[in-house]
Ligand binder design. Structure first.
Ligand SMILES: NC(=O)c1ccc[n+]([C@@H]2O[C@H](COP(=O)([O-])OP(=O)(O)OC[C@H]3O[C@@H](n4cnc5c(N)ncnc54)[C@H](OP(=O)(O)O)[C@@H]3O)[C@@H](O)[C@H]2O)c1
Length: 314
């Protein structure tokens, strides 16, 4: 089978398309034909030797988001049958080898793709949707009528978080560049802030209960100025974890800051699939690329202006 392999960590051109042996499913695992593999910022961070790179050996195969069709099952994997379409975030943060024509996955991390959802959309969903869900409901415990500020609100995690928060009855304020504001309103934001032109912490924003921060650093520090005492900020980029300036300012203001790391969860995927099937959660695919164009796909995500998600079609 073909795979996009990384002989060395490096820039987006470091990939090679190679022929490698088909993997075999062990107990509790499924062999899937990968129909779509979603990209996330952690993919390019890992490719460059940061992110989860310390968990990989070279040559490495990247990718954690998989939508695929079951070809074979290991011992004890009975939940699905051959031919079923399934999707999930595989084995994160350990290697999952998604950028390939076939992959083995843990049965309990996957769920069925609804009939009205394409493989491309399903492959784009898992990591970003699990992150948004975990951030809003497990960590921030977002409730109806609370006000939430979501940064990078039209990106991979953001466009899902806006919809989930809105479905929960929260009032959503999002940051994005002006060209994305019509889309952000469509997703359910009540207020859109153009981060290029406006300082969100100035008088344009009433205090909020929760911030979902996909930016980090200076954006996190400024966000602490708009959160009510007793409020919570959930931060996604791990490179700022436990930053003393952020921790100190949050303590002074009585705000809880949580740096989260998303975990695979098949039961959560089932809830996400139900929302997608009912049309209550729409995943946007900005662009998809064949496996041989993996470098282009990485360059696009690394540019940090994707609307929704980017996927590979092996
Ligand atoms: N800890 C975890 O478990 C976890 C899980 C998932 C993601 N993450 C991290 O969270 C971050 C976001 O991930 P993602 O997948 O949502 O990223 P993404 O899809 O690459 O984000 C792209 C979006 O960022 C927006 N953007 C760029 N600069 C901005 C700024 N200064 N202010 C506000 N928005 C800005 C862009 O909007 P415009 O095009 O309008 O500029 C674009 O829509 C990444 O660092 C990722 O690694 C962490």
């Amino acid at each position: 089978m073909q795979a996009a392999t990384l002989p060395q960590f490096g820039d987006a051109t470091a990939f090679q398309i190679t022929e490698i042996p088909m993997p075999k499913p062990a107990a509790g695992q499924l062999l899937v034909r990968v129909k779509a593999a979603g990209l996330n910022p952690v993919d390019y961070k890992t490719r460059s030797g940061k992110g989860q790179a310390s968990l990989f050996t070279l040559p490495a195969i990247l990718g954690w988001d998989i939508a695929g069709q079951i070809v074979d099952a290991g011992q004890g994997a009975h939940k699905f049958k051959p031919g079923d379409r399934i999707f999930g975030m595989s084995n994160f943060p350990n290697p999952a080898n998604a950028y390939a024509q076939f992959a083995v996955v843990q049965e309990q991390e996957f769920t069925l793709v609804p009939d009205n959802i394409t493989d491309e959309v399903a492959g784009a969903t898992p990591l970003a949707a699990l992150t948004a869900w975990e951030a809003l409901f497990d960590h921030a415990q977002l409730r109806a009528k609370q006000r939430i500020l979501i940064h990078a609100a039209t990106g991979g995690v953001g466009h899902i978080a806006v919809q989930l928060a809105r479905n929960a009855g929260a009032v959503v304020i999002g940051t994005a560049s002006a060209k994305n504001h019509p889309y952000l309103q469509e997703l359910g934001a009540s207020q859109c802030i153009d981060y290029r032109e406006q300082r969100f912490e100035s008088e344009i924003l009433e205090p909020v209960d929760v911030v979902l921060d996909g930016m980090g650093g200076e954006t996190t520090l400024r966000s602490l100025d708009v959160i009510k005492p007793g409020g919570v900020l959930v931060s996604l980029p791990s490179m700022y974890k436990d930053d003393p300036a952020i921790v100190g300012k949050a303590r002074e203001k009585g705000i809880r800051v949580i740096w989260m790391s998303v975990r695979p969860a098949g039961d959560r995927m089932e809830q996400i699939a139900s929302l997608m099937e009912a049309g209550k959660l729409k995943i946007k695919v900005d662009a998809s690329f064949p496996l041989r164009e993996v470098s282009k796909a990485h360059q696009l995500v690394e540019g940090h202006h994707v609307q929704g998600k980017v996927v590979l079609i092996p």
